[in-house]
Design a protein around this ligand. Structure first.
Ligand code: R7I
Ligand code: MG
Ligand code: MG
Length: 312
């Protein structure tokens, strides 16, 4: 495959990998590790949740604004797309309702949780398009990922989770599966040119040690976390990818079988694995049953065209 085709396949693989992880994981959100069996994707079906609905908004807004961040446009796109059946987090619902009532796009997010802002994983779960579009410009990636987060998540831990997830997607785009070394990947993440809070630094260090000496699943879940807080879900999504990077099925399956915030963890690990492996590694029969498969594919193609246009 020539280089351009391969790159396009990575964009499509990442967007669709993310949506499939979200849809597959959605059936198991909130369950405990060891208490359930993960059924095949064909049996579970492809209805996606808020994770993909909000990623769709990021895609649409970036595409409409030539890849630039337009806060008011993106916030209003989130509002337009809002569909309560998709199961949004309470902080995000409150922010979107206030924007709908006419509050300025960058105000309501600062007010939630008694004014601390949200550290939920709602910014990280939707950030994959930023990692793709700016995979060759990491400074801009960090700037835009942070801005996209602040519409709903102003707490530093919520924003840092999104930056780390976007950076992981970008590194996955740039990585070649034939020569890949998980240790190099985690070391690059650890030296991200961006100030990470100590909770993230410690968890990245744990992942580094796990890659040398693999822990039990129980230990990884206990130490990295599997819940709705960004610092308790972004690290395990990265680890589940690095643990078996060339096996798309296993990356998603292990992310779901950990329990907890299964849709979001599988959505984030699916975005990284899809960016690494490309669309060809996602089973065709999975794509066929994924809700709005064609729409997400078309948006991923438009994002790719934008990436190419920006380069030339
Ligand atoms: O982050 P957010 O959009 O939720 C995303 C999650 C994903 O799992 C989706 O699949 C969906 O199910 O929801 O929504 P928020 O409400 O901003 O954050 C999620 C949760 O994190 C909140 O409901 C709180 O439990 C917790 N949380 C906080 N708790 C105390 N103080 C987030 N920020 C805070 C905080 O500052
Ligand atoms: Mg969800
Ligand atoms: Mg979730």
């Amino acid at each position: 495959m020539d280089q351009l085709k391969q790159l396009k396949s990575k964009f499509l693989g990442s967007i669709l990998g993310s949506v499939i992880g979200d849809s597959w994981g959605a059936r198991y959100e909130g369950k405990y590790y060891g208490s359930f069996r993960v059924e095949d994707f064909q049996l579970v079906g492809g209805m996606y949740t808020d994770d993909s609905e909000m990623m769709k908004g990021v895609l649409q807004s970036l595409i409409s604004n030539m890849g630039e961040f337009n806060g008011s446009h993106m916030a209003n796109t989130f509002v337009k797309n809002y569909d309560y059946r998709r199961g949004y987090g309470p902080g995000t619902i409150s922010v979107l309702m206030k924007i709908k009532e006419g509050h300025k796009w960058d105000q309501p997010a600062k007010e939630v949780f008694d004014g601390t802002g949200s550290f939920g994983n709602g910014a990280a779960m939707r950030i994959c398009p930023v990692g793709l579009l700016y995979n060759d410009n990491l400074e801009k990636l960090i700037e835009i990922a942070d801005q996209v987060s602040t519409i709903t998540h102003t707490h530093p831990l919520g924003r840092e989770g999104a930056v780390l997830q976007a950076y992981s997607v970008a590194l996955a785009v740039q990585s070649n599966p034939r020569t890949f070394e998980p240790i190099d990947f985690i070391e690059k993440l650890q030296s991200i040119p961006y100030k990470l809070s100590s909770v993230y630094q410690k968890k990245l260090e744990k992942i580094h040690t796990y890659l040398i000496s693999p822990p039990s699943r129980e230990k990884a879940i206990r130490e990295l976390g599997v819940d709705v807080a960004a610092p308790d879900s972004v690290p395990i999504a990265i680890y589940n990818f690095l643990n078996d990077p060339t096996n798309f099925y296993e990356v998603l399956h292990s992310s779901i079988s950990c329990g907890g915030d299964t849709d979001t963890i599988a959505c984030m690990s699916g975005a990284i694995a899809g960016a690494f492996l490309g669309l060809e590694k996602i089973p065709k029969n999975w794509l066929d049953i994924q809700e709005e498969n064609d729409l997400f594919r078309q948006l991923a193609e438009e994002l790719f065209e934008l990436f190419i246009d920006k380069k030339t």
